[in-house]
Design a protein around this ligand. Structure first.
Ligand code: FRU
Length: 490
């Protein structure tokens, strides 16, 4: 018998459900010293099915405790994606005294005597820190018979106008609604007709404000929009974002319609949104994504469970020559699982490879300094036949993450691919921070300006890393290999 959490391919420092199928993160909220993570869950199988909300809590965003299912399908249908908030002032009237948690999610069924999907927004509330939930008897609270794709409500308190704000995915756009009490919703505006990418159905939006370059006097609103899989595009499902202004009614995009900004250049970061109610003293905007892709999510070669979440990431905005851009960094709490490091300094890499031993769970931080090499990078090797190649093409200014020979590719024609991100060196330097788990890598380049999140399914775990430089040399001022501990105990 295989030991729980030690099964083949089981991520060791990423959240996975103990068993069965998981997709989108839902209802992330911080309340009474706990980070809640709910998720799209099918408790009776390892492929997508009637959706429930699974539940886990954490004190530190790193170690998770699995809790019983929070919401199960009811007379209004399955429980699709949505959000949760702390109703601090009991605007909903659901709580006898003090604040409580309210979940706002999509009830998904079909129109009566029809196979046309029906998606309506519903509420549930909890008086005991999310341990048990009561379904609001007035559900659904928001519906529209004309719009079929009508889902994934993300709700937040809009301080400037003193009301609840909902952003909802509505086909090829998002719609904004406002409410005084989470129950009665009024249409405010629609965004997106021609803006950004329309390669797939819009899903799982989010909207929040962030300072630019840490300056609280210069703020912008960020809108996240996931776009679903469409066989016409090789990337499958992925997430875009917009930067602009929001006045409580209307979102105005800072960029022209043709500009498409990608949150992640890897194939495996989808449907991510941010935590609600992070205390003001903390002030962070913390994000987590589903680390898979609808193109092959139901086929990946794991047995006992399917899918993991990305590392939780702190989002910020930075100004660049091209405009304001989103930056993401793994949360600092990850420090809790860092163990011993090996540090190598002042290396010069010639054509020949130099190799270093790797523990199966590792954080690699490396800096490259351009000399005359035309491309440089590193190879993470699991066995002689299985490797991931991370390289930088100096002339093309592109970061490449190649998983074509990384392990089991047989489950989908779309899996054996090279992921590419546009990226400029900074004063001739490139910095990479790479998290290697048993079946995923997350690459953060130049302090999180670019992220590439990628699954891989090697038959053996990672064992070695080697550095290379092509057609000339590259300096490596520092290479640091830090062993990481499993979050599931020894
Ligand atoms: C995104 C999504 C959501 C939907 C949920 C269903 O991955 O398609 O739009 O609510 O998954 O599980």
């Amino acid at each position: 018998m295989t030991v729980k959490y030690k099964e083949k391919f089981r991520p060791q420092f990423h959240f996975t459900p103990e068993a069965n199928w998981m997709n989108d993160p839902n209802g992330m909220v911080f309340f009474n010293d706990e980070y809640h993570l709910f998720y799209q869950y099918h408790p009776h199988g390892t492929t997508w099915g009637p959706m429930h909300w699974g539940h886990a809590v954490s004190k530190d965003l790193v170690h998770w405790e699995q809790l019983p299912i929070a919401l199960a399908p009811d007379e209004h249908g399955a429980i699709f994606s949505g959000s949760a908030v702390v109703d601090w002032n009991n605007t909903s009237g659901f709580f006898d005294s003090g604040p409580g948690l309210v979940a706002i999610y999509t009830s998904a069924d079909n129109y009566p005597d029809s196979d046309r999907p029906r998606q309506r927004q519903s509420l549930a509330y909890s008086k005991d820190n999310g341990r048990t939930w009561e379904i609001y008897e007035g559900n659904p609270v928001l519906s529209d018979v004309n719009i079929t794709d009508y889902r994934d409500p993300k709700v937040f308190w809009h301080h400037e106008t003193n009301q609840w704000l909902m952003i909802l995915a509505t086909g090829q756009t998002v719609m904004m609604y406002t409410s005084p009490n989470l129950i009665d919703w009024e249409f405010a505006s629609e965004f997106g007709h021609k803006a950004g990418s329309h390669d797939g159905v819009w899903e799982c939006p989010d909207l929040f404000k962030l300072p630019i370059d840490g300056d609280e006097n210069k703020q912008k609103w960020v809108m996240l929009v996931s776009i679903g899989d469409n066989p016409e595009f090789k990337e499958g499902s992925r997430t875009q974002y917009f930067v602009g202004e929001f006045d409580g009614t209307t979102f105005v995009n800072d960029n022209s319609d043709e500009v498409v900004l990608w949150l992640d250049y890897g194939r495996d970061n989808y449907a991510g949104v941010s935590w609600s109610d992070i205390p003001e003293e903390d002030g962070r905007r913390i994000y987590i994504g589903w680390m898979s892709n609808w193109r092959y999510a139901n086929q990946v070669p794991t047995k006992e469970w399917r899918s993991a979440m990305t590392l939780p990431r702190e989002l910020s905005l930075t100004s660049t020559v091209d405009g304001v851009r989103l930056v993401q960094k793994p949360v600092e709490e990850i420090d809790a699982i860092r163990e011993g490091s090996a540090v190598y300094e002042g290396l010069t890499i010639e054509n020949n490879n130099s190799s270093y031993d790797l523990s199966e769970l590792t954080e690699i931080t490396v800096e490259f300094e351009k000399q005359n090499g035309t491309s440089y990078g590193l190879v993470i090797q699991s066995s002689p036949e299985e490797k991931i190649l991370i390289s930088y093409d100096v002339a093309k200014e592109r970061l490449l993450v190649d998983r074509t020979v990384s392990g089991d590719n047989s489950f989908s024609e779309s899996f054996a691919i090279v992921q590419e991100a546009p990226l400029k060196m900074k004063n001739g330097n490139l910095k990479l921070q790479i998290f290697v788990d048993t079946s995923s890598i997350e690459v953060f380049a130049n302090d999180g300006e670019v992220a590439v999140t990628s699954l891989f399914f090697p038959n053996e775990t990672a064992k070695q890393v080697s550095l290379f430089s092509k057609e000339g040399s590259t300096n490596v001022p520092v290479l640091k290999l830090t062993e990481l501990a499993s979050i599931w105990g020894k």
